[in-house]
Write a protein that binds this ligand. Structure first.
Ligand SMILES: Nc1ncnc2c1ncn2[C@@H]1O[C@H](COP(=O)(O)OP(=O)(O)OP(=O)(O)O)[C@@H](O)[C@H]1O
Ligand SMILES: [Mg+2]
Length: 296
């Protein structure tokens, strides 16, 4: 079970969205983390054979996925970022409809639908129309439809977008459960989504992987330490303009800052254990989830 990407590149006219990306993935959860426009969706669409690479190869157990064609799509499940559904379909009808597109026999489709809706916690709402579901429920239907063919490779593009914190936690648990005996690749710009469930994290920026590894490995590569200190409110701006600040909290007597700096930024600052959020800020120059929907 090995998905191998080698020198993968995608150019749109004169713009290179994915730039010589290489990696090897096996069983387990991989988190593709990057800000808007990093190239995550373009990369995933190539892995799903929906987009032809300009250069480079993708192989599954040594075979070119584009040559495998239908045999590859049989073992592939995909939740697109812009997951579209038919609002007037009931959940069950929608699942049956996707099953027929995927070529499942009706009896098999019915059984798989039952099992999967139970697994994603939607059995009780299977007769409800898609439009009447919450955003989190709709996303879970999205995952369930991607699982209909019991895929070996499950590609989820921003599966947690728009979920509230509770739904997000449930979702993480679901992904962990589903990752047994398959390869799951999920993209997100929300650090906490991958921090706890992805064994391996691929940091993507400007079409390139510039770092990958476990959360601990990525954190240990940081060349800045993390400090916490409380400063008077009127001085806070000075620190915000001078340092990367990963958190700001108003406290009695001033403002508590979490600062990334090589050396102690102010007398009395305490060195803290670095987290993946801090690494994200350091490498991307912006806070995780910022400028998007405020979800952290
Ligand atoms: N069909 C296309 N034609 C031209 N440019 C494209 C096309 N698809 C994507 N791009 C560009 O490629 C870059 C990467 O886009 P992509 O959608 O892969 O990023 P992303 O990491 O998925 O971003 P997001 O977090 O916003 O979903 C962007 O600058 C985008 O404008
Ligand atoms: Mg995208």
């Amino acid at each position: 079970m090995e998905l191998k990407i080698n020198g993968l590149t995608k150019e749109f006219k004169d713009f290179r969205a994915v730039d010589h990306v290489s990696c090897s993935m096996e069983r387990g959860v991989y988190g593709l983390l990057g800000v808007n426009g990093a190239g995550k969706t373009t990369l995933m669409r190539m892995i799903c054979t929906l987009l032809r690479p300009t250069e480079g190869t993708i192989t599954w157990d040594g075979q070119d996925i584009f040559k495998m064609d239908a045999a590859y799509r049989k073992i592939l499940g995909y939740l697109p970022q812009d997951f579209g559904f038919y609002p007037d379909f009931t959940v069950q009808d929608y699942m049956m409809y996707i099953s027929s597109i995927k070529g499942l026999r009706p009896a098999v489709a019915k059984k798989r639908t039952e099992v999967l809706l139970d697994r994603v916690g939607l059995k009780r709402v299977k007769k409800r129309k898609m439009r009447a579901l919450s955003g989190g429920m709709q996303r879970r239907v999205g995952v369930a439809q991607a699982m209909l063919n019991d895929p070996k490779i499950l590609i989820l593009d921003e599966p947690t977008a728009g979920l509230d914190p509770n739904e997000r936690i449930r979702f993480r648990n679901l992904i962990s459960e589903l990752s047994e005996d398959r390869l799951v690749l999920l993209s997100t710009h929300i650090v906490s989504d991958v921090e706890f469930i992805a064994g391996d994290i691929l940091l993507m920026k400007d079409g390139k992987f510039f770092m990958n590894g476990t959360a601990d490995e990525i954190i240990s590569e940081m060349d800045q330490a993390v400090w916490s200190c409380t400063v008077p409110r009127k001085e806070a701006d000075r620190y915000l303009s001078r340092y990367l600040v990963s958190n700001v909290k108003t406290v009695p007597g001033g403002v508590e800052l979490r600062i990334l700096a090589e050396r102690c930024p102010v007398e009395g600052a305490v060195m803290e254990e670095a987290a993946l959020e801090d690494a994200f800020l350091l490498y991307f120059g912006e806070k995780a989830g910022e400028h998007h929907d405020g979800e952290i």
